[in-house]
Design a protein around this ligand. Structure first.
Ligand SMILES: Nc1ncnc2c1ncn2[C@@H]1O[C@H](COP(=O)(O)OP(=O)(O)OP(=O)(O)O)[C@@H](O)[C@H]1O
Ligand SMILES: [Mg+2]
Length: 258
């Protein structure tokens, strides 16, 4: 099995308390993995460790057989693209300019973007339904539109691994399904490895090959949705009672709070 991301014995703390504790994960190349867990359980912290924004206190992260800390920024940007949970863009860039920023690992110093870069950005924008917004300022569009702009920027980066932190939290139901369908299509057709966090357990179960259930900085379980989405796991980690339903002919469990 080819590995996209290997996490070995990862421990991380911001201050004194360990936020991530002895994490071991093997994410296969070309898989679609969702990380679930309550607010504050460490999902964003884990993603930031994977893409080298935060450095582990212990353990290591291996990407393409190399420790992520040894991969140069621009080279890493060709391998991993990240869509952050709360993106912050200070300046008044146009939507098209923001998406074109995704091409930076491919554009040489003092060069401007080529027709190919613009075509790739355009395709990413059409796929996320924002091409019509291209001339608007990034600060004058809605929260959900901005979220789709950040996804388009990550797609324009043409990474091997796409990391998305709550990518559908601001989206209406059509775009929630649209973005997840797009991720699934790129996952299947382009073998793009997808690692995302989601609060919607049912959508995570429906789209993911594997789920990682995080509980106060530790891995409760990592397995297929059928194995992870049990009454016991969900009750233990989220401290609520749930029923498990299955639609006819569908092997993915659906969670309903009771
Ligand atoms: N920059 C920071 N400095 C100190 N502590 C932090 C920082 N960022 C997060 N934390 C703490 O680390 C823990 C994990 O936070 P993290 O953002 O990884 O959680 P999460 O699982 O992504 O939560 P959510 O579902 O709300 O996005 C929380 O207790 C949080 O308060
Ligand atoms: Mg988070």
């Amino acid at each position: 099995m080819n590995t996209a991301v290997l996490i070995e014995n990862l421990t991380f703390k911001y201050d004194i308390d360990e936020i991530l504790k002895n994490i071991d994960i093997n994410i296969p190349k070309g898989s679609f993995v969702s990380i679930l867990g309550p607010n504050g359980s460490g999902k964003t912290t884990l993603l930031k460790n994977i893409c080298n924004i935060l450095k582990p206190d212990n353990g290591k992260i291996i990407i393409n057989n190399r420790n992520v800390t040894n991969i140069k920024y621009k080279e890493l940007a060709k391998i991993i693209a990240v869509v952050h949970q709360s993106p912050d863009i200070q300046f008044d860039f146009s939507v098209l300019d923001v998406v074109l920023m995704g091409r930076f690992p491919y554009i040489g110093r003092f060069k401007s973007e080529s027709k190919k870069d613009i075509d790739i950005a355009k395709e990413a924008m059409q796929n996320t339904g924002i091409w019509e917004l291209r001339d608007k300022s990034i600060n004058e569009i809605s929260g959900g539109e901005k979220q789709r702009v950040m996804i388009a920027r990550a797609l324009a980066q043409q990474p091997e691994i796409l990391i998305l932190d709550e990518p559908i939290s601001n989206l209406d139901i059509k775009y929630q399904v649209g973005i997840l369908e797009l991720c699934k299509k790129l996952n299947k057709e382009n073998k793009l490895t997808i690692i995302m966090t989601l609060h919607d357990i049912n959508l995570a179960g429906r789209y993911s090959d594997y789920l990682i259930l995080l509980d106060r900085g530790k891995i409760k379980t990592m397995d297929t949705p059928e194995k992870v989405l049990t009454q016991e796991n969900i009750s233990n980690v989220y401290d609520i009672k749930v029923d498990i339903l299955k639609r006819n002919g569908d092997k993915t469990p659906y969670i309903i709070p009771v």
